[in-house]
Design a binder for this molecule. Structure first.
Ligand code: ADP
Length: 254
């Protein structure tokens, strides 16, 4: 069953390069994300991934098209939708003078939830940091803590915007494990990434996005066999990098 449905989503911005002209940062995106899947939106910087996510999270207005989560229309009921989604943003700032445990208790209280901070920290493997401050954490620990914050309201759907960008390989692996554990507990996860390996290893299905449009969507295995079959023969298995190149004719711009 689809828990997230998006139909022809459009977000229009003024183009900074041309006077007054507008462009569609998200240009007719339709998605159907099933309950219990890890769904990845893969694309280069500027493709429109974050903007798509922000519209689904109710953080940015949907200029045209429609979307629903758990059958609730996001434009009509943005506050209702926020009750059952968890959102991890690309960058987070926390109060410097509160411990992780105190911050989680505060966020739980804001949601009127009684989630125990230690059990939340346990989920993200940070119990030993309960009395630390956010500015004392490593990059990977910070990301895991921001996921704990996104879990305070027991969300059905967790949104992760480029969760592993900037992390070292070990921290990245540990975050992948965490994401898979949460998914095994039944949470639907939608994430954006420009990391081919992450999309291939972590996601049940991937939508490849370029210039505001979804240009392909399938399981990693099907994408490879459809778009990079030759590479598959050559090196035993092709990868998402080959698929992206075959579809767009270019690599990831950065
Ligand atoms: P991605 O997440 O794939 O890197 P974004 O969704 O952040 O892409 O951005 C898509 C496009 O929209 C980019 O060209 C970006 O510069 C532009 N954009 C994003 N936010 C704004 C904004 N608030 N005003 C104008 N342009 C924006």
């Amino acid at each position: 069953m689809a828990i997230i449905k998006a139909n022809n989503l459009i977000k229009t911005y003024a183009d900074p390069d041309s006077n007054g002209k507008k462009f569609n940062a998200v240009d007719g995106v339709s998605l159907s994300i099933h309950t219990g899947e890890i769904f990845g939106i893969l694309g280069p910087n500027g493709a429109g991934k974050t903007t798509t996510l922000e519209m689904l999270e109710g953080l940015k207005d949907i200029d045209a098209g429609s979307a629903s989560i758990n059958s609730i229309d996001i434009s009509k009921n943005p506050y209702k939708v926020k009750e059952f989604i968890g959102v991890q943003l690309q960058a987070n700032e926390y109060f410097d003078n509160m411990t992780l445990s105190e911050l989680l208790n505060l966020f739980s209280a804001l949601y009127n939830k009684k989630n125990d901070s230690l059990s939340l920290l346990k989920k993200v493997n940070l119990t030993d940091k309960a009395n630390s401050y956010a500015n004392e954490l490593s990059g990977g620990q910070k990301q895991r803590f921001s996921i704990a914050c996104a879990l305070v309201n027991d969300p059905l759907v967790l949104f992760l915007d480029e969760p592993t960008t900037g992390l070292d390989p070990q921290a990245k692996r540990s975050l992948w494990d965490l994401i898979m554990n949460l998914n095994n507990l039944g949470m639907t996860i939608i994430l954006t990434t420009h990391n081919m390996e992450e999309a291939q290893n972590l996601c049940d299905r991937i939508a490849i996005m370029d210039y505001g449009k979804i240009i392909a969507e399938d399981t990693p295995r099907e994408l490879i066999s459809k778009h990079a079959p030759e590479r598959q023969k050559e090196v035993v298995s092709g990868n998402m990098e080959d698929v992206f190149m075959a579809l767009t004719g270019h690599g990831l711009r950065d």
